[in-house]
Write a protein that binds this ligand. Structure first.
Ligand code: TNX
Length: 546
C-alpha cells in the first residue's frame, strides 16, 4: 500500500498479587442478566487499568448515596475543580445531588474527601501519585498535586460499576470496595499521538480522545498538526498555511484547521485532565501542505498542488533558502506561545527526498530555533542521524525489522544524553490492523493484536539504552484510513489501555494472562460511554450490553 523504508519495588508486591490476581468473585461470569448479583459485588479493589502500584484490600468499603457530599478544602480552587469534575461524572448516572462542599463543614465530615497536601507521604508519591482510602462512611483521595488527585478520581471511577459512565439515571448500589490504593507511575511520559492532518478532527473529537486518554492516566497528547495532506493550526504570520494548506485531507474532503482560540481550548481541556499537548510540525519532509501554500518555500519557487493521497516522502522544505528558517522561526514562535508544556515536536521522519547532508543541515539549524523560543526539542528518532541538542527527546518508531545500525544510532544517542520515548511501530501503532481481516488501518510493520501491543517491556526493549534514558511510551494514531470518532475508538481500543499500563504500572505487575481479564472488564465501561472497540478473540469479553 505504501512504501516505508526499513527504518522503517518490592513494596506492595504481595498486595499487588492479591489485586491483579483472580479471586473467585472477580472471575465469576458477569452476564447482563445476572445484573442483580453484579450490582451487589463492587469491583475488587485494584482491578483497574492501569494496575496500581500497591493495593491493600479490606473493610466494608464506601457507598455513594443520596446523602453523599464531595468535600474539598475551603478556598482550595484546585480541589474544588477536581471535585466538580468528579461530581460531573457521578451526578447523571447516580441521580444524586452530590454537592461539592467545604471539608470543614460541621456536618460529620463523611463523604468523598479530596485533599492536596504536602505531607511527606504524599510527596513521596511524586507529581502524579495519589492514595485512595475506601472505608465505611468516607472515601478519601489525597495527593501532593491536582494531577495526582485527578488520577485518583480515575481510579475511583473504575472501581465503581460501569453503569456510572452512563448519562441517564441508573440503578445502584454505588459501592467502592474497601481498602487502600497507593499509586504512582513508572514513567513520566505516557502518551498518544493523534494525526489530525491526514484527516481533520474537530475540537469536540479531540476532546473526546483526551477524555479517553485521561481515563487511563495518560499525560501527553501529541498532535500531529501538519503533513503533506493538511496544515491544521492557524499561524498569523503565514495565514495561508491554514486557510489554503488546511483546506483538504486524504481522499479530498474539506479538511479544516484550528483557530488559535480553538487550539487553546484543546490545550485547556487537556490541562484540566492532567495532560500536556505536544504540538508537532513535521519537517523538513511531510510538508506539501506548506509548500502548496507558499511558493517561496520551494527551491524552484513553484507551489505544488495540494495533495490528498497517502504515499509520503516526496516533499521537502528548501534547506538552502533563508526564508525557510524565517518560516520555521515564525511557526515555532507562534506555536511555543500556545504551548504550556515543555516540548515542541519538529518531526524529522522519512525525509526521503532530502539528502543526508541537507537533513543534517536542516536539523542543526532548526533545533536552536526551538530552544530559543523556550521549548525542548522533540523529534522522531531520525534526529539521532544529526546532532541532538542537549535535552532533546527522540521518539523511536522502529520495529522488529529495523536494522541494527539504526538501533545502534538511537542507543548511542541515549548513552550520550538524548532521552527516548518509545513508540515501536509493531507494538504501539494504533493505526495498524489487528489481523488480516481488519478493514481499517495499515500494516507495513505487521499486524498488531492486543497481546502484541501489551506484551513488551519499555525498560528492556532497546537493548543497551540506559534505563534512565527512557522517558516513557507513546501510542501513535495515524489517520490515513480513519475519519470518524468511532473509527478512532475501534483502533485505539483495546490497545491503548495496554500502552497506558506499560507506561504507568510497575513491571512486576506485567502479566498478559491477568491483564486480559482486567481489560475485558473495561468493556462494559466503553459500552456505557458509547465507545466502539475491537472485540479481539484474545480477550475474554463479557457479553456486550450496548
Ligand atoms: C509512518 S511513523 C509515518 C507516518 C505514517 C505512518 C503510518 C512516522 C514517523 N511516519 O507518516 O502516517 O507510518 O503507519
Amino acid at each position: 500500500m505504501r512504501q516505508h523504508h526499513g527504518t522503517a519495588c518490592v513494596l506492595g508486591s504481595l498486595l499487588l498479587l492479591a489485586a491483579a490476581g483472580t479471586s473467585s468473585s472477580a472471575t465469576a461470569p458477569r452476564s447482563a442478566s445476572g445484573a442483580a448479583a453484579d450490582r451487589a459485588a463492587p469491583v475488587p479493589l485494584g482491578r483497574i487499568v492501569p494496575a496500581p502500584l500497591a493495593v491493600d484490600p479490606g473493610g466494608p468499603g464506601f457507598e455513594i448515596t443520596a446523602k453523599t457530599r464531595i468535600r474539598v478544602g475551603s478556598g482550595n480552587a484546585e480541589e474544588r475543580r477536581v471535585g466538580e469534575y468528579l461530581a460531573g461524572i457521578l451526578r447523571p448516572s447516580t441521580g444524586y445531588r452530590l454537592p461539592v462542599t467545604d471539608r470543614e463543614g460541621g456536618d460529620g465530615g463523611d463523604g468523598i474527601r479530596l485533599r492536596i497536601s504536602a505531607e511527606p507521604a504524599n510527596k513521596a508519591l511524586g507529581d502524579e501519585g495519589y492514595r485512595v482510602i475506601s472505608a465505611r462512611g468516607s472515601l478519601t483521595i489525597t495527593s501532593w498535586t491536582a494531577t495526582g488527585l485527578f488520577h485518583g478520581v480515575q481510579t475511583v471511577r473504575q472501581q465503581l460499576p460501569a453503569a456510572v459512565e452512563r448519562r441517564t439515571p441508573q440503578r445502584g448500589p454505588w459501592r467502592v470496595a474497601g481498602g487502600t490504593i497507593k499509586d504512582k507511575p513508572r514513567y513520566a511520559y505516557r502518551g498518544s499521538m493523534l494525526d489530525v492532518s491526514r484527516h481533520f478532527f474537530p475540537v469536540e473529537h479531540v476532546k473526546r480522545y483526551i477524555d479517553q486518554l485521561a481515563l487511563y492516566k495518560m499525560n501527553k497528547l501529541h498532535l500531529h498538526l501538519s503533513d503533506d495532506q493538511g496544515w491544521r493550526i492557524a499561524i498569523d504570520s503565514w495565514p495561508r498555511l491554514a486557510t489554503y494548506g488546511g483546506s483538504t485531507q486524504v481522499g479530498g474532503g474539506p479538511g479544516g484547521y484550528y483557530t488559535k482560540d480553538q487550539y487553546k481550548d484543546i490545550v485547556a481541556h487537556a490541562a484540566a485532565r492532567g495532560l500536556q499537548v505536544i504540538p508537532e510540525i513535521d519537517m523538513p519532509s511531510h510538508t506539501n501542505a506548506a509548500l502548496a501554500s507558499y511558493a517561496e518555500l520551494n527551491c524552484d519557487g513553484v507551489a505544488p498542488p495540494l495533495y490528498t493521497g497517502i504515499e509520503v516522502g516526496f516533499s521537502s522544505l528548501c534547506v538552502a533558502k533563508d526564508v525557510t528558517y524565517e518560516f520555521v522561526d515564525d511557526v515555532v514562535r507562534e506555536l511555543a506561545a500556545l504551548t504550556p508544556g515543555g516540548q515542541v515536536h519538529i518531526g524529522g521522519d522519512e525525509a526521503h527526498s532530502t539528502s543526508h547532508e541537507d537533513f543534517v543541515t536542516f536539523m542543526d539549524k532548526v533545533q536552536p530555533i526551538v530552544t530559543k523560543h523556550g521549548k525542548g526539542v522533540m523529534a522522531w528518532h531520525q534526529l539521532t542521524e544529526t546532532t541532538p541538542v542537549p535535552g532533546a527527546v527522540a521518539q523511536y518508531w522502529g520495529y522488529d525489522r529495523t536494522g541494527q545500525a539504526e538501533r545502534d544510532r538511537v542507543v548511542n544517542a541515549a548513552r550520550n544524553g538524548t532521552k527516548l520515548v518509545l513508540s515501536p511501530a509493531d507494538r504501539s501503532y494504533l493505526d495498524h490492523k489487528y489481523d488480516k481481516d481488519t478493514k481499517l488501518g495499515l500494516s507495513w510493520a505487521g499486524y498488531v493484536e492486543v497481546q502484541r501491543a501489551y506484551d513488551w517491556d519499555p525498560g528492556t526493549y532497546l537493548q543497551g539504552a540506559p534505563a534512565d534514558a527512557i522517558l516513557g511510551v507513546e501510542a501513535p494514531l495515524w489517520t490515513e484510513t480513519l475519519s470518524t470518532p468511532a473509527q478512532l475508538d475501534y483502533m485505539a481500543f483495546p490497545r491503548l489501555p495496554g500502552i497506558a499500563e506499560l507506561g504507568w504500572s510497575p513491571a512486576a505487575t506485567h502479566d498478559w494472562g491477568k491483564y486480559r481479564t482486567r481489560l475485558a472488564e473495561q468493556a462494559p465501561r466503553w459500552d456505557a460511554l458509547g465507545m466502539d472497540y475491537y472485540r479481539s478473540p484474545q480477550v475474554p469479553w463479557p457479553p456486550s450490553r450496548r
